[in-house]
Write a protein that binds this ligand. Sequence first.
Ligand SMILES: *[C@@H]1O[C@H](CO)[C@@H](O)[C@H](O)[C@H]1NC(C)=O
Length: 468
Amino acid sequence: MLSWAVVLGLLARQILAIPTISAKGSKLFTSDGAQFYIKGLAYQPTPNDPLANTNQCQLDVALMQTLGTNAIRVYHVDASLDHDGCMSAFANAGIYVWLDLDTFSTYILQNTSPTPQWTKSMFQAYADVMDTFQKYDNVAGFFVGNEMLTTGASSIAAPYVKAAAADMKAYRDKQGYRDIPIGYSAADIPALRPNLQNYLACGSDAADAVDFYSLNAYEWCGDSSYDESGYDILEKNASNYNIPIFFSETGCIVPEPRLFADQAAILGPEMDHTWSGAIIYEWVETTNNYGLISYGPPSGAEPTVSVQPEIGGYSVGGAPTPLNPGFTNLKNQWATLSPTGVSENAYTPSNTPPACPSYTSGYWEVSGNVALPTIGAAAVTGPTGSAGSGSGSSGTGSGYGSASQSSGSGSAKSTASHNGAARPTHAIMHSAGMAAVEGWFGRTENSNPALFWFVGIACAILGPAIAL
Ligand SMILES: *[C@@H]1O[C@H](CO)[C@@H](O)[C@H](O)[C@H]1NC(C)=O
């Protein structure tokens, strides 16, 4: 006979368990059969790994709940740390995690000479992150990269991104992990539209395609509209897409105030039959001014948590305080938006993969469905790729960003007054390598710890002065 303690324990498990998320056709579903729409936040308050500080996660979760968030996006983690406290804090609040497998030292770089690289050591680092996080039911999906391609000519790197996804999917399946969706987060680059979106999904073998595609788009700015912003074209170009698509970053800041009116289009009748929601960039305020909350006033005031470093005068830890009107505007938008979509049982996917785009010089320099530069089945599923081997982490989370980021992607339509800030960039960090600090927040690539710290400290000291 079961003891009461066991019965209560089972009940508690039942209550605390969060349904898992998977992709079916062009939609996301929870394991209890409901369609899932993302109301997410980019969350990278500290450079290496924001999911290893339980106390900080708990402070942030409490305020995120008042905002109506059901997901966060994290760009960098350290697979060797303990994430149980943070992951359960988010799970208990019904918050899912979209996580990059790559980090500063393992990105697929678009400009590596003579070709881009997807290597066994990169694979092993990605696998370490997957091994560490796959056990959490509230992991919604993995990215194999963020904004790796930023020009038409960089399309030559697209097969490497697709190969990484194919290898990580093969590894996931070989290990017997649940079917956590694996996809890519793209910069919104006019020259690459819609070829990259189509390429990553194309081909007759679903094992070679990404499980989802997502876009970092800053097209809807200020008091714009569905037609004026260009979202109507984003919708049109995704309407026959065969896999889930969502906004992995959005939230233009010019002109202020941030109204987040695009949420009503994304999570409403105009787009909710095609798109699976949006992630707002970003939770914490730093020098680029995209934050929804602040951990403390800019420098001069007492830091809220003394052990945390500051960036550009902003504290990167402590009790979060809403920044308004942005925080309240977003909260009010989300409060009115609860698309239900279709139930999984009632949904039969009918869209087929798009055609693989053909070669167009300067725009798409990949000829159709080329063979992918995967590391291969033997490497993925062999001894070095087995879970718990504990070997060969090629430095997950050990590097810091320092590469500069190309800026300004323009918009779908040239409605000049509504395209003030195409993508987040630090106003004070456009030159002199100051974009390095963006790396803390997931926005840049490459690694050079010494340069990073030098530039980071320089920015912290000079930033406020230059801003003034
Ligand atoms: C939509 O697709 C067309 C080609 O099919 C392309 O010319 C255009 O740039 C795309 N627009 C967007 C916003 O993706």
